[in-house]
Write a protein that binds this ligand. Sequence first.
Ligand code: PHE
Length: 345
Amino acid sequence: MTEIDLKIVREKAEKEIRAAQNRADLERIFHSYLGKRGQIALLFKELKDLSEEQRRGMGQKMNELKKYLEKILTQKKSILARVKGGAKKAEPSRFDLDRPGRKPEIGHLHPLTQTKREIMAIFASMGFVVAAGPEMENEWYNFDALNIPKDHPARDAWSTIWIKSPESTKLLLRTHTSPVQARYLEAHPPPLRIIVPGKVFRYEATDASHESQFYQLEGLMVDKKVSAASFKAVIAEFMKRFFGKNLEFRLRPDFFPFTEPSFDVAMTCLTCSGRGCPVCKKTGWLEVAGAGLVHPNVLRFSGLNPEKWQGWAFGFGWDRLAMMKYKIDDIRLFNSGNLRFLEQF
Ligand code: PHE
């Protein structure tokens, strides 16, 4: 045995330790060199074949080699402990201050809020101002002031959620945004143009296109000379800008006690491109608004002279507009709290 043997062992061990990937590798290397039957132990056994003098010199060198190998094994062990995939448990993890941070999730506006803002911007550019009214209304504004007297069968058209209250005027959750017409007319002299985006409530079963709590956009224009033609022009402009293209829509005769004549606005169902689906009840058309020329009684109840003033009004289902724009096939998704749905907007 010579010093060359020691050198060969040292270099081989160094190489293996450098290449070690994990704790198990180091374990194996330790046994093969420093274990009971390891290479160092074998070399020690060979010492007896040497002369006394050689033995002393080689013995010292072998001890040094042994210490050296122990040292570099320990060093490698702590390096591996810090590296991913290494012996994770061996050392507590360290903060890596250079690592780019993870952005916290910030929410975004609900699709209905986004739609509302778009609608408001379009009407604002046509001179409409935004008005609001209470969600809990009284019977007068929700019905009487809109020419729907007590016991009139027309009241059945709005399945009402009544509120128990000791007051003499009965309270309810507004069934439409039309009461804001009456409230606004009472307080503001014409000419005027308003829109009223708001939440409304009906005591009704839900399905793909009906919710018991939904959203309307009321519109009202009162001036000296106002006609159904100007209504149609405003709606056409609105639809074109909201949907980004010229769409087919149609006015059909309808009945509302607070407008005369009355019509409804139906548009091609965009969920199925007019082919027929559950949203449009297989008709290809979806009713998106009720409308008409303001009934003289409504003007009269608000203190205006119907000989002097005329107006038109509409009430859009603004959640239906959002459904059409984004091809949403079930109105109930809006209130579902389903993040997979909401994150798409
Ligand atoms: N308020 C009516 C409804 O809820 C819609 C409407 C508004 C009709 C304005 C005419 C004028 O059905």
